[in-house]
Ligand binder design. Structure first.
Ligand code: CAA
Length: 380
């Protein structure tokens, strides 16, 4: 077992860190308040190769591994978790699935643009009545000659307003339940496809989340991904990788909470010295550091399994479950250490808590992660 990153991985981490501090940090508070989508930042991430980090260079990707993706996402999310999720969804839920299961036509026409960052992707599985119970798809796609006709509603779609290309799960045969679901690539602007208003969220406020509606949208048969009836397997497999991405996002938030707490506790005086001299504060910092390292070990293990071509769904679920839990805990402790200052926007840590909470919800709630882990234990 090795605990050292390669030189290439270290360079990726450093590049992401420098980019995040120089280009993302200065406007992060303003975006949290306004909820404005970071269009220019996403464009620059594309130029750096971060929007298709794991995609082969044949399809305009950076050709790097999942460990590099995690390292970059931690650094980006440490500065702005909204940017982290935009990047994670494009890489893990969109590019990864298209590279693995898309036809040559799909890869050449769509993946190249998504991986190079010229276009942005979104993943549309959830529906008003199909969240955790994702097999209950009401959205339908009916074959009609050389097209499928898509009808239905999706919600909670990350990148929903800004994306150009959408991977949409829909039922092609209701009688077959999960085996009757298929995935389609749908372009923004096609007749009958509309998005709803941007949700006014507690956290990750500058990522855009909205509902989508499809009314008799014509999808050419070439835009079916993988094959009919494989849509649920496609969604589950891409979500396994997505969960590693969200674990990385959560670690970034937790690290930001710890770094802010160390800095503040050295600067703040009480009882005639810096509060970092108080054991009450030191114990909190120590506990945060242990939790962050444990979350990192789980997440890099899942990423390494994925890169090695081994099964990793249980490891990804463990990583997301634990990293999201400790992100909330570390953000709460950071607020406690900051006292009243932790409760106001100026000191950022209140945003860390608001941003952290969603990591326990999207790409499978913590309850779903426990279900995935327990089923793996019981079926092995
Ligand atoms: N990896 C690979 N395959 C999986 C899988 C996994 N983690 N979990 C299930 N599957 C496969 C099963 O092997 C089975 O395949 P076959 O039919 O070929 O045998 C198929 O999926 C059906 O599985 P189950 O019978 O276990 O299905 P279920 O209904 O009992 O449970 C579930 C499935 C685990 C609860 C699943 O519905 C689930 O993960 N729900 C959560 C959905 C989710 O994560 N939504 C996130 C929305 S996307 C989002 O948040 C994105 C964003 O914008 C940020």
């Amino acid at each position: 077992m090795e605990f050292e990153f390669t030189n290439e991985q270290k360079i990726i981490r450093q590049t992401a860190k420098e980019f995040a501090e120089a280009e993302i940090a200065p406007s992060s508070i303003e975006r949290d308040i306004s909820g404005k989508f970071p269009t220019e930042i996403v464009k620059k991430l594309g130029e750096l190769g971060f929007m298709g980090i794991m995609v082969h260079p044949d399809y305009e990707g950076a050709g790097l591994d999942t460990v590099s993706h995690v390292l970059a996402l931690i650094e980006i999310s440490k500065v702005d978790a909204s940017v982290g999720v935009i990047m994670s969804v494009n890489n893990s839920l969109v590019c990864f699935g298209l590279e693995k299961y898309g036809s040559d036509f799909i890869k050449k026409k769509y993946l190249t643009q998504l991986a190079s960052g010229q276009k942005l992707g979104a993943f549309a599985l959830s529906e008003p009545e199909a969240g955790s119970d994702a097999t209950k798809q009401k959205t339908s796609a009916v074959k009609d000659g050389d097209n499928y006709i898509l009808n239905g509603t999706k919600n909670w779609i990350t990148n929903g307003q800004s994306a150009d290309y959408f991977l949409v799960m829909a039922s092609t045969d209701k009688s077959k339940e999960s085996k009757g679901i298929s995935t389609f690539l749908v372009e923004k602007g096609w007749d009958g496809f509309e998005h709803g208003k941007k949700e006014d969220k507690l956290g990750i406020r500058s990522s855009d989340t909205c509902s989508l509606s499809f009314s008799n949208v014509k999808i050419p048969v070439e835009n079916l991904i993988w094959e009919e009836g494989k849509g649920f397997n496609f969604a589950m497999e891409t979500l396994n990788g997505g969960r590693i991405g969200i674990a990385a996002q959560a670690i970034g938030i937790a690290e930001a909470s710890l770094e802010a707490s160390i800095k503040y506790s050295k600067e703040r005086n009480a009882f005639d010295s810096a509060i970092s001299n108080l054991q009450a504060i030191q114990f909190k910092l120590a506990d945060m550091a242990v939790k962050i390292d444990a979350a990192k070990l789980l997440t890099f293990r899942a990423a390494s399994f994925k890169d090695a071509g081994e099964k990793y769904f249980k490891e990804a679920a463990m990583a997301k479950l634990y990293a999201s839990k400790i992100a909330v805990e570390c953000a709460l402790e950071a607020i406690q250490i900051h006292g009243g200052y932790g409760y106001v926007r100026e000191y950022l840590v209140e945003r860390y808590l608001r941003d952290a909470k969603i990591t326990e919800i999207y790409e499978g709630t913590s309850e779903i992660q426990r279900l995935v882990i327990a089923r793996a234990l019981l079926n092995s």
